[in-house]
Design a protein around this ligand. Structure first.
Ligand SMILES: NC(=O)c1ccc[n+]([C@@H]2O[C@H](COP(=O)([O-])OP(=O)(O)OC[C@H]3O[C@@H](n4cnc5c(N)ncnc54)[C@H](O)[C@@H]3O)[C@@H](O)[C@H]2O)c1
Length: 304
């Protein structure tokens, strides 16, 4: 018995990297998999047939899988994912919105094409793939479905040189919070992953800093470390967990803080004066610093 027996999972961008590991682990837990990937370069150019290689790998191991090479950045591509699942397996239960590209530049050098390409694959891609699935869930009252989105510390914390990617990844976290509300009625959950893994997306960033990555580090920090929480969230044990952000990688799993009011002042009769703000803003910042410090302490890794 696998945790995902009889479930149909679509994993976008699963020809390599994190998506591939999720597709393989889901299949080994009994899921029927649609492996999607257009097989392009890290910057989104080009294409190839790597999705079929992963589907074949799953079939060779005794599982069930088909491939799909459409782009998640197109509405028609997103619709084709649902269609692939329906044609091959007669339903769809799980969507992993993992496909991604990078076009890192500082804002001074970021051309419109760099902005558009990254927003299209990440933020619009989440819309293109989630909307047909959400409509299918509602029209068929298909309960117990899962959507797992891919954000990044680049958007949640901020990272130099990634305004396009960071904006898309922060947007994805907001998108997930809304979708979680809209799909709750159907007992479906929507959660977000913030991964950290050595893949073709991140290895060049390290190499550009003159670092060499040894084989041992690839084992300790490879994309296989991101897959377990994704599979766990897709299982029935996670039926009541929604709208959360999990950070994962390198043998670790963490839950992230969501935006919350930390401290507030209120004046019922009248507008706040600039003079009052002179005193109140430092108090707000003090409260935030204390909150950050508490989170830093409680967020330190606990060794298993
Ligand atoms: N690796 C990390 O440390 C890290 C950190 C934060 C976030 N992420 C996110 O995790 C996800 C997976 O990243 P990865 O490191 O495995 O990268 P990767 O480059 O190894 O894999 C991404 C895959 O997505 C595919 N893809 C790109 N555009 C597509 C499109 N339009 N349609 C279909 N497929 C497309 C690519 O061909 C590629 O195979 C991405 O969303 C990425 O932004 C990764």
């Amino acid at each position: 018995m696998g945790r995902l027996d009889d479930k149909v999972a679509v994993v976008t961008g699963s020809g390599r990297g994190i998506g591939r590991e999720i597709a393989l682990l889901m299949a080994s837990e009994g899921a029927k998999v649609v492996a999607n990937d257009l097989g392009g370069n890290t910057d989104g150019t080009g294409g190839g047939s790597i999705a079929e290689e992963v589907a074949q790998e799953i079939r060779d191991a005794g599982g069930e899988a088909v491939s799909n090479t459409q782009s998640v950045a197109e509405v028609a591509g997103g619709e084709s994912l649902l269609q692939s699942a329906l044609d091959a397996f007669g339903g769809m239960d799980i969507l992993i919105n993992n496909a991604g590209i990078l076009r890192d530049r500082t804002i001074y050098n970021m051309e419109e094409s760099d902005w558009d390409a990254v927003i299209a694959v990440h933020l619009k891609g989440h819309y293109c793939c989630s909307r047909p699935f959400a409509k299918y869930i509602r029209e068929n009252n298909r309960t117990g479905c899962r959507i797992i989105n891919f954000s990044s510390v680049s958007g949640l914390f901020g990272n130099f040189g990634q305004a396009n990617y960071g904006a898309a990844k922060a947007g994805i976290a907001g998108f997930a919070r809304v979708l979680a509300l809209e799909l709750a009625k159907y007992g479906c959950t929507v959660n977000t992953i913030s991964p950290g893994a050595l893949t073709r997306m991140t290895i060049p960033l390290r190499e550009n800093r003159g670092e060499t990555i040894e084989e041992k580090e690839l084992e300790q920090g490879g994309p296989q470390h991101v897959a377990p929480i994704c599979v766990w969230l897709a299982g029935k044990e996670a039926a009541s967990i929604t709208s959360e952000i999990f950070h994962t990688g390198r043998g670790g799993v963490a839950i992230m803080q969501q935006p919350r009011v930390i401290r507030q002042f209120h004046k019922s009769n009248g507008t706040l004066t600039l003079g009052e703000l002179d005193g109140l803003v430092p108090e707000l910042l003090d409260a935030k610093r204390a909150n950050d410090e508490a989170a830093r302490k409680s967020g330190a890794p606990i060794e298993l």
